[in-house]
Each structure stands twice: as C-alpha cells, then as structure tokens.
Ligand binder design. Structure first.
Ligand SMILES: *Cc1c(COP(=O)(O)O)cnc(C)c1O
Length: 371
C-alpha cells in the first residue's frame, strides 16, 4: 500500500538529528519556556522574514490568540465580522466563533480552491474587521485585490498559514495593517512536530506582546495578570525537533514541488481535473477534482494507493453550530454551491518528501486509468 503520508518515514529521514535534539532536552532538565523555544522562535522569525514569532500550543490557538489580542487592543469586539473562505478547515472558523466574532463565509474559486477575491467586497459591512485568508493546500491565497480591500476599508489581514510553511508571499504584499500569520506544526504539516505546536508571526510588536501574555495565563510579568488568559505553549522537546526540521524545510518542499510537477506533466485523464498551476505553492496537499470521486477513491485503494479527502463535509454543514449563537450566521441552508461541489469532488493524491519516484509513476498510471 502506498500510504498517503507515511509519518514514520518522514521522521526517519532526519532520525539521528531528531534523536540528538530530543536527548539534548531530556538531559538538560529544562522542559518548558527555555532555550530551545527561544532559539526556534528566532530561527523561524528569521526564516519568515517577520520580526516577531510567539509560540503557542497549536495552530487553532495561534489563530484564536491573534483575534483575542485584537480584542484586548480594542481593535475588535464581540459581534464584529471576519471574512473567511467557506471551504477551509474548521479551525479557521472556530478561532473566530470562539472569540464571539462572526465568520462571514465566502466561496472559493473552483480552479484554485482559494477564496474568490472578487466576491469579498460585497460582504464587507460596518462591522467587518478583518479578512482571514487561508493558504489552503499550500497555495498562495493572497491577491493584490485583497490587499486593496484591506487598505480601503482599514481591515486587518489574518493569514492561516497552517498548510503553507515556506510559502514566500510576505515580501510581495504590502498591507498597511500589518502581518498577522498563524502556523500549526501538527505532525502532518509541511513543518511538523512530533506532537502539537503552533506559532504566531507578526510585525506588530504590541500584538506579539499581547499574544505572549494571553498564552501565559494573561501575564506579561510574573504573577501579574492583566487578562484572563490561557495556557498555550510549545514544549522544549517539540521546539528542538522543529529546529532540526526547519533546516530541511526548503529541501523537503523542493521534493514536494518535483512530485507535483510530475503530476502536472503526466496526469492526462479528462475525468481528473488538476488545480490551476501556480509558481507559489508548497504543495501541502495535491487536490484533484473527479465527478465520480468516491468510486475513484475505492478504485485507487484496490490498487494499493491511499488517498484522502480535504474535506468531506464543509464547515457550514457541520452540526457544531446548531443551537449556538452562530447558527443564524453559519448553517446548512447557506447557498455555497462551489464549496459543496468541492466537498463532493476533491481527492488528495499522495504527496510527501519521502514518496519515491517509482510510487509517483505508479500513482500517475493508475490515476490515468480512472474511468
Ligand atoms: C491544521 C490546520 C489548523 C489547525 O492547526 P492545529 O495545530 O491542528 O490546531 C488550522 N487551519 C488549517 C487550514 C489547518 O490545516
């Protein structure tokens, strides 16, 4: 069986460095808020070219803490609206609703899977405070149009970068409101820890300080609590592992790109629609659209190829909003035909830095055989 994402092999690729890093922490006697976290924050900040990185427990916390910090700064309040793509992973939306803000779902473009910039402006109201873009599947979701709208309506641009480690976008865009990025280091991400971890990256010193305090029980100074915060941290062990893997991120992303290029050049089945090609892509997921998706998935499985679906039930059709304050804003009656269609047609092909070219050739051959 060709596994969709063989995590064991991914860890084994850098096993000796990872073991050395883990042992270093075990032997140090210091397990939280120490040198490894500090060093990782510096190294990741340098890698991104964004001045402040504040680590936290996971990607959902990173997003949630950005919005909480905006609330603490008086920039947002409960009942305000944030525009977000309708086809994102649920965490993007939960970070908004958890803060008592309202997610305004906007349809993606069919060929890029990213939020459709041309549909955003009609959803902007006096209560809109931010546009949250999600660099879904590793593609760049930012467009100059989005930057223009942020500047014109004085909106914050929040970026869900959980699927986009190594995507070089920041230099290219100039949004006056600043850079607010949330990263997840969940094990399956392009830069993955061996457990949960996340980071906020920003050029806004005030927000960085607030996020740090909010993730530390609301305390900026020992035993002084300015906010009702939470506890959200990266372990020293995870930070040490991430420092190793960060050094190999570009190299791993280059392998992903090579595999994706091969898919683009060799998948020629008219039933299998490939996403629009873009230079800026770290290929977290390689999505294709197939009318008869479920049958295709079974057929590939029978031939030894494991695929996944990102995501089978779109957020607006989930039960979690029922009987909540959010039900009137997000519910299954929403007219989101593109999002619905994607949930029925999307299939993610195996793609990782440890997939062999023999496997890639085999996958292409079988995908081209789908009827
Ligand atoms: C993984 C993911 C998250 C959440 O990250 P966790 O670390 O699992 O909390 C948020 N948004 C997107 C788009 C993701 O893929």
């Amino acid at each position: 069986m060709i596994e969709y994402l063989p995590l064991k092999k991914i860890t084994e690729k850098y096993a000796s460095e990872i073991h050395e890093a883990v042992n270093r922490v075990v032997d140090s006697g210091w397990y939280l808020q120490g040198r490894e976290v500090e060093a990782f924050e510096q190294e990741f900040s340098q890698y991104l070219g964004v001045p402040h990185c504040v680590s936290c427990g996971n990607g959902l916390d990173a997003l949630t803490l950005i919005i909480r910090a905006f609330k603490a700064m008086g920039i947002m309040q409960e009942g305000d609206e944030i525009i977000v793509p309708a086809n994102t992973y649920i965490a993007s939306i939960l970070s908004i609703t958890e803060n008592g803000l309202i997610p305004i779902l906007v349809e993606p473009e069919e060929d890029t899977y990213e939020i459709d910039s041309s549909l955003i402006e009609q959803h902007i109201t006096a209560r809109t405070k931010a546009i949250m873009i999600v660099h879904l599947y590793g593609r760049n979701a930012y467009t100059p149009k989005i930057g223009e709208l942020c500047n014109k309506y004085n909106l914050k641009l929040i970026e869900d970068c959980a699927q986009a480690h190594g995507l070089r976008r920041v230099q290219g865009s100039k949004v006056q409101g600043g850079v607010y990025q949330a990263y997840s280091f969940y094990p399956t991400k392009n830069l993955g820890a061996l457990g949960d971890a996340g980071t906020v990256a920003t050029d806004d010193k005030e927000l960085a300080d607030k996020v740090r305090a909010l993730g530390n029980y609301g305390s900026g100074k020992k035993y002084v609590f300015d906010y009702q915060g939470r506890n959200s941290r990266i372990d020293e062990i995870q930070a040490a592992v991430l420092r190793v893997k960060l050094q190999h991120l570009d190299e791993d992303n280059a392998i992903r790109r090579k595999i994706a290029d091969y898919y683009y050049q060799n998948i020629s089945n008219p039933h299998v629609r490939l996403p629009k090609y873009t230079e800026e892509n770290v290929y977290h997921v390689f999505p294709v659209a197939i009318d008869n998706r479920d049958a295709a998935q079974v057929c590939l499985k029978e031939q030894g190829i494991e695929t996944l679906i990102h995501y089978p039930i779109p957020p607006h059709r989930q039960k979690c909003w029922q009987d909540s304050a959010m039900e009137s804003y997000i519910n299954e009656k929403m007219h989101l035909p593109i999002t619905d269609r994607m949930a029925q047609q999307e299939l993610s092909l195996p793609l990782s830095q440890v997939l062999t070219f023999d496997d890639v050739e085999y996958i292409v051959e079988k995908v081209n055989g789908i009827m």
